[in-house]
Design a protein around this ligand. Structure first.
Ligand code: NAP
Length: 345
């Protein structure tokens, strides 16, 4: 065989190997995406909900919920009471907590406890009060729900030091310190009851999933929770405590300032119902350990971004930047209009 034909043969087999490898990689990628898509459909619409007997429902056990006086937290309180837990309601406004407690006691015939403090102060007394109030209670569930975002989208350099500190304190420091108080209580409650698990859910956000210009501090604080929560999940797994970060796109609430729900924006009741139905599963967060994106349309969005664009891609960053710049302009216009109306009165 001539040297030329030997080179030709060698090039052909290299090209063939390259094409076969590319095809195999493509098939693996498409199969993975298709499988995770079908898992989302299965978990969202077909599988039955998780049975909360696993967490000691209807056995006199308690769930502790932060930010429980409004929005998503209030709904966690109602739905966990309905599932058979007594509820510790932690939040800032005593009067709002009293109304929630009364509704739980009359509607679901469950016991409640109220703990009111301004968590943004990060005062040691807050955690002492929490610890004292929980003494002797068989707690099996903690919902780390309290959180704060920017009042309106704002560039990082224009974010006030006060807003920056409040977001980091409430979303991160408070979440960590509350967990330090409550997790050991859960551990001792489940103790040697081998069949009962503990549960710690922490509210994440799409802003933590994808970098979000003009909500930079909030975005960073929620991304922090992703790694912290998944690390904790690893540490507490052998102790039968399930730890999960809950990722959500917009939900109609005081924080989002959205009143009407839609296909992509559930109300708190729909959101919490989807979350509790699938605790322990991943729904839209197929690629992440100890993480759930529970609401069906949010799950599809998470899957789409992750599979086709990439959470850290330039394009997602740009879309987010443009969207939040435009929300800021509209929010400023609205504030100016309200100010003008106030002056006319
Ligand atoms: N809504 C969304 O679109 C969305 C999307 C993704 C993730 N999330 C996350 O979901 C969680 C709940 O959000 P949400 O929309 O339900 O909020 P929300 O309706 O504004 O409710 C916030 C709750 O936190 C309490 N709270 C706020 N500041 C506090 C403070 N300094 N000390 C103690 N309690 C305080 C509030 O108490 P008061 O009643 O006293 O105000 C209220 O109970 C947050 O972690 C948020 O980041 C929300």
């Amino acid at each position: 065989m001539s040297l030329l034909s030997k080179i030709c043969n060698c090039e052909c087999s290299l090209t063939n190997a390259f094409l076969w490898t590319a095809l195999a990689v493509g098939i693996i990628k498409v199969t993975r995406s298709a499988l995770s898509f079908f898992t989302i459909i299965l978990e969202s619409y077909i599988l039955p909900g998780v049975n909360f007997a696993k967490y000691g429902a209807n056995k006199g056990n308690w769930a502790v919920i932060t930010g429980a006086s409004d929005g998503i937290g209030k709904e966690y309180a109602f739905q966990l009471a309905k599932k058979g837990f007594n509820i510790v309601l932690v939040s800032r406004t005593q009067s709002k907590l009293e109304i929630v407690a009364k509704e739980i006691e009359t509607k679901f015939k469950k016991e409640t406890k109220i703990i009111a403090f301004d968590a943004s102060t990060d005062a040691p007394e807050n955690y002492e009060l929490l610890s004292k109030s929980l003494q002797g209670l068989p707690v099996t569930i903690l919902i780390n729900n309290v959180g704060q975002s920017h009042s309106i989208p704002v560039s990082f350099l224009d974010t006030t030091d006060e807003e920056m500190s409040q977001i980091i304190t409430l979303n991160n420091i408070v979440t960590l310190k509350v967990t330090k108080v409550v997790a050991p209580i859960i551990e001792s409650t489940i103790g040697d009851k081998k069949k009962v698990h503990g549960l710690i859910l922490t509210m994440g956000s799409f802003a933590g999933l994808v970098p979000t210009p003009y909500l930079g501090v909030y975005s960073g604080s929620k991304a922090f929770l992703q790694n912290w929560s998944a690390s904790l999940a690893g540490e507490l797994k052998s102790k039968n405590i399930d730890v999960e970060l809950v990722i959500s796109y917009l939900v109609a609430s005081a924080m989002s300032k959205i009143k009407r729900s839609s296909f992509t924006i559930p109300n708190p009741k729909q959101f919490v119902s989807a979350t509790l139905k699938n605790v322990g599963r991943r729904v839209g967060a197929q690629e992440r350990f100890a993480t759930i994106t529970p609401y069906p349309s949010h799950a599809l969005m998470h899957w789409g971004i992750e599979s086709f664009i990439g959470v850290y891609s330039k394009i997602v960053n740009k879309i987010n930047l443009d969207m939040h710049k435009s929300i800021r302009i509209r929010a400023l216009k609205r504030a100016a209009r309200l100010e003008a109306e106030k002056k006319q009165l």
